[in-house]
Design a protein around this ligand. Structure first.
Ligand code: KG4
Ligand code: ZN
Length: 334
């Protein structure tokens, strides 16, 4: 069975085809990040218009030699995300599904991230712990079964990716900031500045990053014109503080849940220092750690097609809209 997945929740226009026998057989992604970089962040109206402009060519590129007539069902991200951007994906998906007379399946974007390692590592069995760290979300989730999730902890304020983006802005680095901070941090000393590790010792699994961002802001004020070396030290010290907090929370989660598998997902999971730090837990705790390949850490349609393929029984009215800016993982029913 072939599922065509569509992702337009933010600034990536992506389409992929998942074949239940052969895995991903076609995919294409267009990132708008260069366009938004000029504004220092995603501009929702520009994002919607650009999805409109690019989606047909993204479809053609994803299909390659695959015929639309061979597609069995369409899945698409219906939330959470930018409303206007989501609506472009939804109406495109509705059009295809009506024209091809095939089922249409709205998918929760966060579930896509959570499930993405299963697509690449079929040996992963539920239950497992997922650290979902992206631009909009930071949460520790107990994946008890497909579709059955419990949020064990989450950020009380900024998401991790958001903190990376805001600190990057303070350091005059372009959007998206995460990869820029990671690059600059390679040249810096992670012990140069002792930034706070918010909530590291709290007795719950919640997270907080806005105080850390403010600490960076104040540290920068100590320097009139921070040199490139100082900026690199700040980037490295900030990144280390984030990693220390996440590592500590994952250790606590494994201890209290007794789960034996941990996955990291979402855009920030592309961070190599974070990947290495959490992978190292395999040697300290008796667990197995997985993360998606780099192209499946950030937003992509492969994860949406994959979740569509395991949710194929859902029946919906095609003339309804399922788009939602907010859509908690714990409320998956449509
Ligand atoms: O999952 P994603 O592509 O979109 C959302 O659903 O939010 O995540 C994007 C976020 C951005 O905040 C970006 O700065 C961050 O992931 N990010 C990184 C890295 N690559 C992307 N953060 C830290 N290190 C990276 N290498
Ligand atoms: Zn995402």
């Amino acid at each position: 069975m072939k599922t065509l997945g569509i992702e337009t929740s933010c600034d990536e226009t992506a389409i992929a085809i998942y074949d239940s026998e052969n895995g991903i057989i076609g995919e294409s992604i267009y990132s708008q990040s260069k366009m938004h970089a000029a504004y220092g962040g995603v501009v929702p109206e520009l994002a919607s218009r650009d999805h409109c402009l690019k989606i047909v060519n993204v479809l053609k590129a994803a299909l390659g030699d695959i015929k639309l007539a061979d597609i069995d069902q369409i899945s698409y991200t219906s939330g959470p995300g930018l409303l206007g951007a989501l609506l472009i994906g939804e109406s495109f998906a509705q059009g295809l599904s009506v024209a091809l007379k095939i089922p249409l399946i709205p998918i929760n974007h966060l579930e896509g991230h959570l499930m993405s390692p299963l697509m690449e590592f079929p040996e992963i069995n539920t239950p497992y712990i997922s650290l979902l760290v992206s631009g909009g979300h930071s949460m520790i989730v107990d994946v008890m079964d497909k579709g059955n999730y419990e949020i064990l902890g989450q950020s009380k304020d900024d998401a991790v990716g958001e903190a990376f983006d805001k600190v990057a802005k303070l350091l005059d680095l372009p959007y998206p900031g995460g990869p820029q901070i990671e690059k600059l941090a390679l040249k810096g000393n992670p012990a140069a500045f002792n930034f706070p590790r918010p909530m590291i010792n709290s007795d719950n699994l919640d997270l907080s990053f806005s105080g850390l961002k403010t600490a960076v802001l104040y540290k920068l004020k100590d320097f009139k014109n921070p040199s490139d070396d100082i900026k690199a030290d700040i980037a490295a010290s900030f990144q280390q503080a984030v990693i220390d907090v996440l590592l500590n929370k994952i250790k606590k989660t494994v201890e209290s849940s007794k789960r034996k598998t941990v996955i990291i997902a979402g855009g920030v999971a592309a961070n190599k220092s974070l990947r290495t730090a959490i992978k190292d837990l395999e040697n300290i705790m008796d667990i197995k750690v997985y993360y998606p390949s780099l192209k499946y850490c950030g937003d992509n349609a492969a994860m949406i097609a994959f979740v569509g393929s395991i949710r194929s029984s859902v029946k919906i009215k095609k003339e309804s809209s399922f788009v939602r800016a907010r859509w908690p993982l714990t409320e998956l029913s449509l």
